[in-house]
Design a protein around this ligand. Sequence first.
Ligand SMILES: Cc1cc2nc3c(=O)[nH]c(=O)nc-3n(C[C@H](O)[C@H](O)[C@H](O)COP(=O)(O)O)c2cc1C
Length: 800
Amino acid sequence: MQKRVFAFVGLLALGTTSVVVLLRHRRTQRERREFAERYAKQLRAAREVHKQSLLGFSGDNVSHHSVDVSETEKDENGAVVHVIYGSESGNAEALAKGFAISLRDRGVQTALVDPSRWAYLEEYLYSNKENVPLFHPIKAAANGAARAPLVYIFIVATAGEGEPTGNFISLFHEMQLAVQKATTPTASSSAVASAADTPAPTATTRPELPFKDIYHAVFGLGDSSYKYYCRCATDTNTLLKKGGGINLHRVGFGDARSGLQEDVFDEWQEQVMKALEEKCGLVLTTGTRAPPKPEYVFRYLYAGATATPDAAGTTTTDAAPSSSATKADINTTKESGRIIAEPRENSIQPSPARLPFPPPPALLEPSLLNPARIRVLSKVQLTPPRDSDGSSVYRFCFETAGTGISYQAGDHLSIFPTNPPEMVARCAAALAIPESDLGVPVELCRLVPSRGLLHNVLPACVPLSVVLQCYVDLCGRPKKSTLRVLAKYCTAPAEQEEFFRLISLPAGHQGEEAAKSRKLRTVVDYLEKFPSCCCIPLGHLIEVMPRIQPRFYSIASDRLSHGTQVEIMVRVLTDGLASSYLGHRVHEGDEVFSYVRISSFHLPQRISEGRPLLMIGPGTGAAAMMGLCYKKEALMRKQPTAQYGPTMFLFGAQHRATEYFVEDEVRRWSMTPEEMRTWDAANQGSHAGVAAHRSKAQPPALLPTSVITHHDSAFSRDQEKKIYVTDLIEKHKDQIYDMLTSTCGGGCLVYLSGDASFMAKDVDRALSALLQNKGGMTRIVSLEFLRRMEADHRYLKDVY
Ligand SMILES: Cc1cc2nc3c(=O)[nH]c(=O)nc-3n(C[C@H](O)[C@H](O)[C@H](O)COP(=O)(O)O)c2cc1C
């Protein structure tokens, strides 16, 4: 009886729960649907209001300055070329901008599209996708108007491990879904198939292909040292092809490593323009040398005494001329009064902290957009300047407590460099920026038409001097797209001629020319050489200049041994933005902006059961190995009874006497446990013994074995015949072969860090040769062996 009651109660409870869950699910679905409909309606209404409001202004100025959306809307029935970019650090964006400018210059109506901010995509996502094919402007499709050719140009970088960039990923997934839906009608929309393995369509049930009638071309930016070189570009092209698109031109590949990315792009761009004429029937004019219109609105924000802020929030659509961007400019603004977003008194208050980056939101890890400020605890020069290039290696230790930064050995620490003050001064002088303007907060704004707002695209609202110091890269090699815009502003014909001649030279020749005349290594050099281009509005210059990008360094410590402190080893070169910043302008006690980029170059928790570890880290590649060894030591202290396998460390440098900067650490880790304990006791506070000092057990327990069981180093210039780490691989071939083929603890882990151009490839070849010679494998089999190790995350590379 009791059993029956229990069963009845159980069934009742189950039934009630199921009904509640079902009802909740239905309600959530209904709410989602209602929200989507409401949102789409609001979006349409807002657009309509915005369009009406634009008509009230002097339309000319607005349409030129409107960025992505209004161009798209305006050209629903025109032959619009959409240039869509996927960019993480700005290279693809710069190329896309340059292409859009060239197309507009040649009379083609062009929309430059950041897909993460594309109002059309937003609308598409909230529409009934069954009836609206991706990329077909919705309104044109809905009212059945005749359409001009639809052209989509994709300029996409590859990020992560062969993935689309953050701003492109959502559109990329929509493209995948659209293709999947058209080619596999029964597949569930949640299963996102990769471009490569989307099944073949069946002729009878297949709906219309999503990219039918769409002309497309794809240019990929990548780095040939990555395993998945330009993978995003090839995947995008495959999707477009599978979706029925019409290819305008073959995929272009720009390799960041070659230094010729822009030249390759220029050539590809020319071919695409030809194809636009031949295949799409567009008519391209010959182009002009008139300066292009800025995309963004630049404004000075006067708060307090310097000038009274415009209470109505009136802003200028013209970027302020660099030489007279003070009160006169404000007057012009008031008179012309072309874009009034809304009364925005609050928006003209500059950020009180005036830090170049807003602090990370509470509970979130610092990131590219919100880096943390970390303090330099110590800066130690590890090697004297090299004779050959004057460079030396420094070790930096930072304190990250209270910043939200967490990390482990193998991750990368980013550092945001700043331009040297003398460079900022030269730039300000060339552009004749008055001293008083440098302290005025400024904004570079994107117009958000659907909301009638101006959105600052700079990381924060900061004084102009901070923009010049922290945001625009004044020291890097100038981008052709920037130079082209500058050249167009030249008012002196002879200067303009010469400027264009220099830009048109292939990359190699530019260097020669620069050496012949005077050095033209930075944008500031060009501003000084061609003074008539300095009439460029300051906002436009800031818009077309590349942004300062953070530099990444392999972390040479581990959280287990170093707590909240993080160490890196940096080769400080005599020139270079980050090098001169870290080498000459950052001192102990200073703060730098930083965040951690998580990598997969990690030591797994399970390194016991005799698992072999092979670490190859010549030069500053040794930094990552130091981190891994610190972690290994800390793990061994935690689990002293586990059985640890052999660990071999191979190092290389030019000279032993001056460049063996990890010698202390390597020597200590190679000691027997007893020797190490004695050494630690005698060297309390030594840098190398940090893991022991921090160990919970005091005195620290005896380690089960040495941390490094075998090590060797190759110093290339200490003898007549040069030797490298690859020679060490050959020298220790028996042992390395045994390690590589061991199955203990899940198999050998190989870590390789350092130069990607030559060293990493040479090591690959040396390991392949070893497998052939010792294991009797053919070359193909040995390469497959290494490929499998990589696929299983047992051959890990941190190369640059
Ligand atoms: C974290 C990271 C991961 C990358 N992954 C790849 C990759 O898998 N394949 C590739 O070809 N390039 C890769 N790259 C190189 C970039 O695609 C290349 O530097 C490109 O010029 C960046 O363009 P962007 O500035 O527009 O983002 C990677 C770069 C970074 C910083």
